[in-house]
Design a protein around this ligand. Sequence first.
Ligand SMILES: *Cc1c(COP(=O)(O)O)cnc(C)c1O
Length: 313
Amino acid sequence: MFADTPIESIVFNDQQVFVKRDDLLSEEFSGNKARKFAYFLENNFPGKTGLVGHGSPVANSLYSMSALAKLKGISLDFYVDHIAEQVLQSTQGNYAAAIANGANVVDVSMCEDRQDLSVIDYIQQKVLSKNDKLLFVPEGGRCEYARLGVHKLAQEIIDWATKQSLPSLQVFLPSGTGTTAVFLSEYLNLHANNIEVLTCACVGGSEYLQQQFFELVTDKNLHPTIIDLDKKYHFGKLYKPFYDMYNKLLATGIEFELLYDPLGWMCVEKILQKRVNQTEKEIVGSAPAILYIHQGGLLGNATMLPRYKRKYG
Ligand SMILES: *Cc1c(COP(=O)(O)O)cnc(C)c1O
C-alpha cells in the first residue's frame, strides 16, 4: 500500500505547527480520498466490473475515483446533477483529469428516464438495480470502507508522536462529510489518550457535521471537537480571507487547496490566538503541539485559482 507520509514543521503566526503531508501520498491518487478509498485498492471485488459514484463534477472525489478505477482496471460511471459549461470546457482540474483517466461522467439532468428522481434514487432505481456487476461508493467516500485507510493514517500519527516524545497533541483537519475526522478521532481515542482531533464544518454547519459523525460512529465520546468561527462561509464560494490565507500559507513553502484548507487554517489561527491571550493572563504549561493534516486536493486549484485571480487580482 502507501508508504507513511512525511511530517514537516512550519512557522505560522510566529508559532510552530506540524503538517502531515498527505498531499504527497501518491502522484495519481492523493490526499484524503486516497485514505478513504484505500480499502478498495487493497481488496479485489470478484464479479464487479465497474465503480459507480456521484457528487460534484469538480470534486476531488471524482478525480480520485477515476484514478482508483484506472489502477484497478475497471470502469467508473460518475453521476452528477449538472455540469456547467465552464467545467465542460476546462482542460485542467478534477473534471478534465478524470475524463483523461477514462471516467464516464453522466449528467443526470440530461437523462430522459430521470422523471423526478434525485441523483441517488436515479442510481438506485435505474442503474444499480439493473446491473449487479457495479460497486456503489457513496458521495465523498462516506462509508464504512473508509475506516481502514483512515485508521492507518491514525496509526502513522501515533507512531510519529511517540517518536517525538510529544506529551500531548492536537490534530486538526477540515471536514466535508466528516468521515475522515470521525474515523481518525475514533481510532486515536481508543489507542492514544494524549491525542485529540479538532475539525471544522466546511460544508453545512456544525450541527450537520455532528449528525454526519453519528451516522458513522454512534459513541459521541469518540467524536472530534468542532471549532466554530464567528462568521459563516458557504462551501465553494470565493472569500477574500480565504485567498489571503492561501497566499500566507504559500509563503511557508507549502501549497494548500482553496475549498477546505483556508477555513481550516483560520480555525488553527483562532486556536493559536486563544493561547496567546491565555498566556497573558496566566502562565500556561506547555500547550499541546498542533498537527495539521494536508489532505491534498491541489488539482482543484487549477480551476479555483483563476476564479480567485479574476475576482481579487
Ligand atoms: C474530501 C476532502 C475533504 C473532506 O473530507 P471528509 O472526509 O469528507 O470530511 C477535505 N479536504 C480535501 C482536500 C478533500 O478532498
